[in-house]
Design a protein around this ligand. Structure first.
Ligand code: GLA
Length: 383
């Protein structure tokens, strides 16, 4: 969509032109899953699919929200403490406003129209995109003195404190800091980052969508995070380290009898995943794409067997990707319990590969899986 199209939708709803139109992308993540909240490295990128918001100031203290794609409206006042909405989607906007208010930023009433083309529930973080779009819109609308880094943190805290998902920083960071044709190596311990060019001749980044939207995703996510906290606390009882970054399997084994089997397995996955990210990045830089692909498969096994955030649909797709020579690597992506498999696929073989895997998928689950080819785009910006 372009600025004029979003502005037209806004004008239809609010009978005026918007002051600003913002585009904020979803994200993919090549490697480093469930390690952002464990001080690990991740390798995400922004995609060329966006949440768009258009905004204008009001003369009162109302926040008036309109979700154009689902024709839903929501309105609330800034005068009292903001309350969660049962509609879900307004909470991503309200959560950001709530955080900005808590941080002492001065916000008055505004109109906001939301539209977009990010597949919702596919695990590409439409929610982080909306949070980032909202904080970016507020910065411009109310002339807030707030850096990009801080906007990322406000967006993340909106999700933690208002939406209630105790997520890490990866999604919001990727959405805000994305750069066309680059992946971001983000050190989640201190938010330092490096861009790596990622444009592989003849290879496409493809998402295979299970269309499974697991209702347990947020509660199980919070449980995983809790299990990791229990694990690192047990290790720190015996060893003087600060985070999973310095933890080793030897340390974990030394405290194995003080933690449950589940906690042990979760920590095993996290320690291995953090350690192998460095190796994976080096493979990518050296153009050793097959070695990188092998790492993606290993990550999937860990997520499925040890971290237990996969589901039968994701596992079946990955099992069938392994059989395909034209697929360099594949794994489940994002929080898990549904959503997409990310795969690196030789472009000329994509249709044939999709058709073969989809046949197995259809025979097993009685319906088709989705397929999206992703381009790496820029982060949150004004249109
Ligand atoms: C979700 C969260 C992220 C990250 C991933 C798993 O997308 O929002 O912070 O933890 O899951 O890597």
């Amino acid at each position: 969509m372009n600025k004029a199209e979003v502005s037209t939708l806004f004008a239809q709803q609010f009978n005026e032109a918007p002051s600003f139109v913002i585009a904020s992308p979803g994200r993919i993540n090549l490697i480093g899953e469930h390690v952002d909240y464990n001080s690990g490295f991740v390798l995400p990128a922004a995609i060329d699919k966006y949440m768009y918001v258009a905004v204008s100031k009001r003369n009162d203290h109302q926040i008036v929200l309109h979700a154009a794609d689902i024709s839903q409206h929501y309105q609330t006042s800034l005068d009292a403490a903001l309350q969660r909405s049962n509609l879900d989607w307004p909470n991503y906007v309200l959560g950001v406003v709530d955080e900005l208010k808590k941080n002492g930023h001065s916000i008055s009433g505004f109109n906001i129209l939301i539209t977009g083309n990010i597949p919702v529930g596919a695990g590409v973080s439409s929610s982080a995109a909306l949070e980032c779009a909202t904080v970016f819109a507020c910065k411009h609308l109310f002339d807030l003195d707030i850096s990009k880094q801080l906007m990322v943190q406000v967006a993340q805290r909106a999700e933690n404190n208002f939406v209630g998902v105790n997520c890490g920083v990866m999604d919001q960071f990727a959405s805000m800091f994305g750069k066309v044709d680059h992946v971001i190596k983000l050190d989640c311990a201190d938010l330092s980052y490096t861009y790596f060019p990622f444009k592989l001749e003849g290879i496409s980044i493809v998402l295979f969508d299970t269309f499974v939207k697991h209702s347990l995703a947020s509660s199980e996510y919070n449980t995983r995070r809790q299990e990791c906290e229990t694990g690192i606390a047990a290790i720190r009882q015996k060893f003087s380290i600060t985070s999973f970054r310095e933890a080793t399997l030897t340390m974990l084994n030394a405290v194995a009898d003080t933690i449950s089997r589940d906690v042990f397995n979760r920590c095993t996955y996290v320690i291995k995943e953090i350690a192998s990210m460095e190796v994976a990045c080096n493979h990518l830089l050296a153009g050793e794409i097959n070695a990188f692909g092998a790492r993606m498969y290993e990550t999937h096994t860990g997520l499925s067997k040890l971290y237990k955030v996969s589901c039968p649909e994701l596992d079946l797709i990955v099992e069938n990707c392994i059989k395909e020579e034209a697929i360099i690597g594949a794994r489940m992506m994002g929080g898990g319990f549904g959503g997409c498999v990310i795969a690196l696929v030789q472009t000329t073989e994509l249709e044939a590969v999709y058709s073969r895997i989809n046949t197995v998928f259809e025979n097993t689950f009685g319906r088709s899986m989705g397929k999206y080819v992703m381009q790496i785009g820029d982060g949150t910006s004004l249109l």
